[in-house]
Design a protein around this ligand. Structure first.
Ligand SMILES: C=C1C[C@]23C[C@@]1(O)CC[C@H]2[C@@]12CCC[C@@](C)(C(=O)O1)[C@H]2[C@@H]3C(=O)O
Ligand SMILES: O=C(O)CCC(=O)C(=O)O
Ligand SMILES: [Fe+2]
Length: 383
């Protein structure tokens, strides 16, 4: 049985009566639109953004030392260490990645330029319903009865059309920064997926991969304990490579432990390091061996948080299922294969329940294992 770090939230039809962290079925809430309420100038938390702590809130670890594994690219044992880190944490810090500071500074400057525009100007690039790219709330917002203390901008495909909506006379600096950053991330993400697969003793990726860039902005908040920047979730793809700008605290990882209660572990920004987060499809590919990390973002009174998340998944039309070399012959595969687009569609309906919906029952797995054994038997007879 696959152990998830976090229970899948059950969908609730109940509306928010007490401001608790209700997870709703997908609603017709238009996630493309930014709320008209201007977070940056707020003096108090409006009811729309008020999140009462859940009754079963986990404690936040107060350990100040870096508890998370740090992987240095280029060492002889980086692959093994990376796979081990994802097995136990679902996250690691990636150092020695070789990307020049200028790539990050260029993106940061343009992201700040975007998020500090007047609301009506940002709304010109609002994500339209059904599309991936554009400005607005994060897509998972539609599952919650309350709004999050953040705004985002997603880039998938060409950047120029959106840049022209934002700055009709000066789109170029934004396009250049986003495209340079995305191309570096595309290369790095492929390298990281290959490294982790190598650490698991398998080869890959052999297929095309696809990436989506998400810029996240969390304005300072007058009452940080009464709201949330981004609610607990897993990412859907293979890996997310996250850059948290310096001083941007707030990211937390849910850690289940044998020797104590489940807790939230702050992921402190480390100079020169990126955060690698294993997503649902890497959990599937590894047949449940690597953790799909549950994480969230808290906000603070003092400073805005800016982050850039590069989501990397299989290319269009490429399916991901458990790698046969990681499947126990007796137990069989734990998940059915899906494309990223199909899986995102399922998540759009079931949110965190999506992973369970592609889990194979013991009977399915038996049938699958029998089919594999037949195929294998055939191969052996041919030897
Ligand atoms: C490719 C994608 C990953 C993402 C959904 C999206 O279509 C574009 C935005 C991504 C994002 C960013 C914030 C958290 C997240 C869970 C969400 O709601 O939108 C991720 C999605 C994901 O990992 O599926
Ligand atoms: O802002 C962050 O650090 C995390 C954002 C995140 O989890 C996401 O974009 O999926
Ligand atoms: Fe995330």
């Amino acid at each position: 049985m696959v152990v998830l770090l976090h229970p899948s939230p059950s969908l609730s039809l109940a509306g928010p009566s007490d401001g608790s962290w209700t997870i709703m079925p997908p609603t017709s809430v238009d996630v493309s639109a930014s709320h008209h309420f201007d977070l940056a100038s707020a003096h108090e938390i409006p009811d729309s953004h008020y999140w009462a702590p859940p009754a079963d809130e986990h404690p936040v670890s107060t350990e100040t030392i870096h508890t998370l594994p740090v992987i240095l690219l280029g060492l002889p044992d980086s692959a093994l260490q990376a796979a081990r880190a994802l097995e136990s944490w679902g996250v690691f810090l990636l150092a020695n990645h070789g990307l020049p500071d200028a790539v990050f500074h260029g993106l940061e400057a343009q992201a700040r330029r975007l998020f500090t525009l007047p609301a009506n100007q940002k709304m010109r690039a609002a994500r339209s319903p059904g599309s991936i790219s554009g400005y607005g709330r994060v897509p998972i917002s539609s599952f919650f009865s309350k709004l999050m203390w953040s705004e985002g901008f997603t880039v998938s495909g060409p950047t120029l059309p959106h840049a022209l909506e934002l700055w009709p006379n000066d789109p170029e600096p934004f396009v250049a920064a986003v495209e340079e950053y995305s191309s570096e991330m595309r290369r790095l993400a492929r390298h990281v997926v290959g490294l982790v697969m190598h650490g698991l003793g398998i080869v890959g990726p052999t297929e095309e991969m696809e990436g989506v860039l998400q810029l996240n902005w969390y304005p300072p908040c007058p009452e940080p304990a009464q709201t949330i920047g981004m609610a607990d979730h897993t990412d859907s793809g293979l890996v997310t490579i996250l850059h948290q700008t310096s001083g941007s605290r707030g990211l937390q990882l849910l850690q289940a432990r044998d020797d104590g209660p489940t807790r939230w572990v702050p992921v402190q920004p480390m100079k020169g390091a990126l955060v690698v987060i294993a997503g649902d499809l890497l959990h599937v590919l590894s047949n449940g061996r690597l953790k799909n990390a549950v994480h969230r973002v808290m906000v603070n009174r003092e400073a805005a948080r800016l982050s850039a998340a590069y989501f990397c998944g299989p290319g269009v039309g490429v399916t991901v299922g458990p790698d046969p070399r990681l499947v126990d012959r007796e137990l069989g595969p734990r998940f059915r294969a899906v494309t990223w687009a199909e899986y995102r569609r399922i998540r759009g309906e079931l949110f965190q329940g999506a992973i369970d919906s592609i889990r194979l029952s013991a009977a399915d797995a038996d049938a699958d294992a029998d089919a594999d054994a037949d195929a294998d038997g055939g191969r052996q007879e041919n030897k």
